[in-house]
Design a protein around this ligand. Structure first.
Ligand code: DGL
Length: 268
């Protein structure tokens, strides 16, 4: 048992979808979220830069004394997970593996679509992991770089977003995939628009819930769950960011669906 907090980080605010799922599944845990909002997006950057930024985020959370870190960013998980696991000597959880597992369970045809940032799609990590787990899997991967700024702008349902989704996903809709992995933390907020373009028969995999479940299993396995006697206390979660804009509170509220806990600004 451990009452130390769980660390979660993302390049920006998208990982709050993962934080929300963890908060729901593990209400007894204290959470520290770190969003590198001054340097988002990571998805258009080269692997070296992603590694440097991610290492700084991980060190920040490690210094806060967390018991485990969830890399709630597909781009970071795709590029640096094995490196970080080697460098930091405490449990780490990325978002790729839980998403892959969830996609394989959902897919009947084993023809699976993956959408993500340029860097995630260029890494080919989803296609490789899917193939490794089930050799019969065929993957169609598409980068959708404009989705992140559209979510940040709160354009979740309007005609521009619909046109962009159509542009990116029309081919995928013709490709007979039965499952599509939303391989970016922001994309679950575009589920409606993406679902409209792909059609209702396609299952959309939002890995946030799968990540929360994997985290619960990891904590159980390592005997790190928070002691139960603390469950009646209201958990104090913390959020840290590298840029704190006026719109931040609104964005966080949208993701967490509640008033934000304390927010601190960090500079590297
Ligand atoms: N968090 C990133 C991801 O899940 C999306 C935003 C970015 O490009 O940094 O890939």
């Amino acid at each position: 048992m451990s009452s130390k907090p769980i660390g979660i980080f993302d390049s920006g605010v998208g990982g709050l979808t993962v934080m929300a799922a963890i908060k729901k599944l593990l209400p007894n845990e204290s959470l520290i979220y770190f969003g590198d909002t001054a340097r988002v997006p990571y998805g258009n950057r080269c692997a070296d830069t992603i590694l440097k930024y991610t290492e700084e985020c991980t060190s920040f959370l490690a210094e806060k004394g967390v018991k485990v870190i969830v890399i709630a960013c597909n781009t970071a998980s795709a590029h640096v997970f094995p490196y970080l696991q080697h460098k930091f000597h405490f449990p780490l959880l990325g978002v790729i593996e839980p998403g892959v597992e969830a996609a394989l369970s959902a897919s009947q045809s084993k023809k699976i679509g993956v959408i993500g940032t340029r860097a995630t799609i260029a890494s080919d990590v989803y296609a490789k992991q899917l193939k490794k787990r089930d050799a019969a899997t065929k993957t169609v991967s598409i980068a959708c770089p404009l989705f992140v700024p559209l979510v940040e702008e709160d354009w979740l349902e309007n005609e521009v977003t619909h046109a962009v989704a159509k542009h990116y996903l029309s081919e995928l809709a013709q490709d007979n995939v039965d499952t599509v992995v939303l391989g970016c933390t922001h994309y679950p907020l575009l589920k409606n628009v993406i679902g409209k373009v792909l059609g209702s028969k396609v299952v959309l995999i939002d890995s946030a819930e799968a990540v929360a479940l994997s985290l619960k299993n990891l904590l159980k396995e390592k005997n790190l769950l928070a002691p139960l006697e603390e469950s009646h206390q209201k958990k104090k979660h913390q959020i840290y960011v590298t840029d704190l804009s006026d719109r931040f509170e609104t964005i966080v509220k949208r993701f967490l669906k509640e008033d934000i806990p304390s927010v601190g600004r960090v500079t590297f």
